[in-house]
Ligand binder design. Structure first.
Ligand SMILES: Cc1cc2nc3c(=O)[nH]c(=O)nc-3n(C[C@H](O)[C@H](O)[C@H](O)COP(=O)(O)OP(=O)(O)OC[C@H]3O[C@@H](n4cnc5c(N)ncnc54)[C@H](O)[C@@H]3O)c2cc1C
Length: 500
């Protein structure tokens, strides 16, 4: 340890105590990767320390020290971002926020929860349900955080009943060490009287943090929307032979404005959910399961009083049947796993990614009418690269997910490519394929991803990039937050954008 690092360590101990800091290599290794870093093929350096603060005050103390010592900071809650966005590209401090795992309030009146960044979806769900409330789930694992999700995307899955953006107001420690509160919490005094209203005092500063990763500061508290648990909650499943009518059906159902969940997927996704990985290796078994699955599947989640749900079911059928859909007849076991999928990715659902952790997603948001062409373009590109399914060795067919946004005014289209991260030739192919997929999505279909990464930001207007990097410069004058790597909003990016 250098003399400077030893000084920093002493000062960190004063804030956190020895038990919440480590520079042991064995402790640092888990922080240097996620399921995406294999694909990026970047050497990630060892961070100097991992630190685990327990309060906003401790986070502030660490950030002040980081400025004093000019040392990089990389925040991380559960590190399941599947994007390589929480790893320490320039070493420094990894700020592990899992100790900050308190649910400060669950408010039945405002249907909100006030949470710290180490609170997981599962933990929040368990507590909310005690008050007849629930999370508005994402498709990801329960053992990840709503705060991390908000900082990444915060837009999936959704339907007409709930706002896509679940955040209300927040508290953050800015990279310069100051504390900010947003929305109706922004007042100097009395903020605690009403922290429940987002659209206060001009521009939407809560929204500024959405998709910002750690660039604009560390979120230490988030007021998040919950939903009321209905008397009856039920999913109905429909099968389609082709994509276009399925998207049309989803659109017409969403415009009834009654759904609490809605998702369209192809049978390659259903297969991964319905079958155990061992069954996927066995060609005969795999084909038998596949034969029972519809080409495309639309699941519609309904909720309400029982007579309301009965009526909704009829209304949904009236939209779907004339468009070529038919009820999907799953056996009970398959249906139970499919139902779990609509509640977020449970253990069983996660087996679709097992036993290989290599998981790349091609994401693009477009008007619904473009979903079919987008799907064709991605399938064609995957075929061109000759990608193989890591379990069966067969030509890879990407899994497809289509989720409606705001009454299906646009859709979120995700294609998933699973691969074996230990197969280095295969990884290179996936990498090249992914790049071409994104280039085609953006150039040919105007599709947008939801996260700011370097290559995607090169396609935005210089004025847009200048605003993003300008805000970063203002709140982070010493450039301590997330320097280097593909997700930084530092000034250098502006030069890249201007240089074309
Ligand atoms: C199988 C699977 C399916 C998934 N499906 C979905 C899905 O349907 N929808 C979806 O949205 N996501 C999905 N995900 C992604 C992931 O589960 C979520 O986005 C997750 O909620 C991220 O939370 P996290 O705690 O792991 O965040 P992290 O990875 O820890 O952090 C996310 C980013 O925010 C930064 N960060 C973390 N905490 C803070 C903080 N307090 N302040 C400032 N910066 C911070 C990190 O540096 C990082 O860049 C899926 C993941 C898997 C593995």
């Amino acid at each position: 340890m250098t003399a400077q690092a030893a000084d920093l360590y002493k000062e960190l101990v004063d804030i956190l105590g020895e038990e919440n800091i480590s520079s042991e290599q064995a402790d640092l290794i888990p922080y240097m990767k996620d399921s995406y870093t294999a694909l990026m093929r970047k050497a990630i350096p060892f961070p100097d320390f991992v630190v685990m603060p327990g309060s906003t005050g401790e986070v502030q103390g660490i950030i002040r020290l980081a400025n004093k010592y000019r040392i990089p900071v990389y925040p991380r809650s559960f590190g399941v971002n599947i994007a390589g966005s929480a790893v320490p590209y320039a070493g420094g401090l990894v700020l592990d926020l899992k100790r900050m795992n308190r649910i400060l309030e669950i408010n039945e009146d405002t249907m909100t929860a006030f949470i710290e960044p180490g609170v997981s979806w599962g933990q929040l769900r368990k507590e909310a349900r005690k008050k007849r409330l629930d999370i508005i789930p994402i498709g990801g694992p329960y053992d990840t955080s709503p705060v991390g999700n908000f900082l990444l995307t915060n837009i999936t899955p959704y339907s007409t009943r709930y706002p896509a953006d679940r955040a209300v107001t927040l508290e953050a420690v800015l990279p310069n060490g100051e504390i900010i509160r947003t929305g109706s919490q922004a007042t100097r005094t009395g903020a605690e009287l009403n922290p429940y209203f987002r659209y206060a005092y001009g521009p939407d500063i809560t929204g500024l943090f959405r998709g910002s990763l750690g660039n604009y500061g560390i979120i230490t508290r988030l007021m998040i929307r919950l939903r009321p648990l209905a008397e009856v909650e039920k999913n109905v499943y429909y099968a389609f032979d082709s994509l276009e009518p399925a998207v049309e059906a989803m659109k017409s159902v969403e415009r009834l404005e009654i759904t609490r969940y809605s998702m369209l997927s192809n049978r390659h996704l259903s297969l991964r959910i319905a079958a155990h990985p061992d069954e996927l290796r066995d060609a005969a078994r795999r084909d038998a399961i596949m034969a029972g699955l519809p080409e495309y599947q639309l699941v519609v989640g309904l909720g309400g009083k029982s007579r309301q749900v009965e009526l909704y079911e009829e209304m949904v059928a009236e939209e779907i049947i004339p468009r070529g859909g038919r009820e999907a007849g799953f056996d009970d076991a398959t249906r139970a796993v499919m139902d779990e999928m609509t509640e977020g990715a449970s253990q069983k659902v996660l087996r679709m990614f097992a036993p290989y952790a290599g998981f790349a997603a091609v994401i693009g948001c477009v008007p619904a009418a473009r979903a079919k062409d987008l799907n064709a373009a991605i399938r064609e590109t995957v075929k061109k690269y000759g990608l193989k399914d890591a379990l069966s060795g067969q030509p890879l067919e990407p899994e497809l997910i289509v989720i409606p946004y705001d009454r299906c005014s646009t859709v979120y289209v995700e294609h998933e490519i699973l691969y074996d991260p230990l197969d280095s030739e295969g990884v290179q192919l996936v990498n090249n394929c992914l790049r071409e997929c994104y280039a085609r999505l953006v150039m040919n279909y105007g599709a947008v991803h939801t996260m700011p990464n370097r290559s995607l930001l090169r396609v935005v207007l210089p004025s847009y990039a200048e605003l993003l990097t300008g805000i970063k410069k203002m709140v982070d004058p010493n450039g301590i937050m997330m320097p280097g790597g593909p997700y930084t909003l530092e000034e250098q990016l502006k030069a890249e954008v201007q240089g074309g």
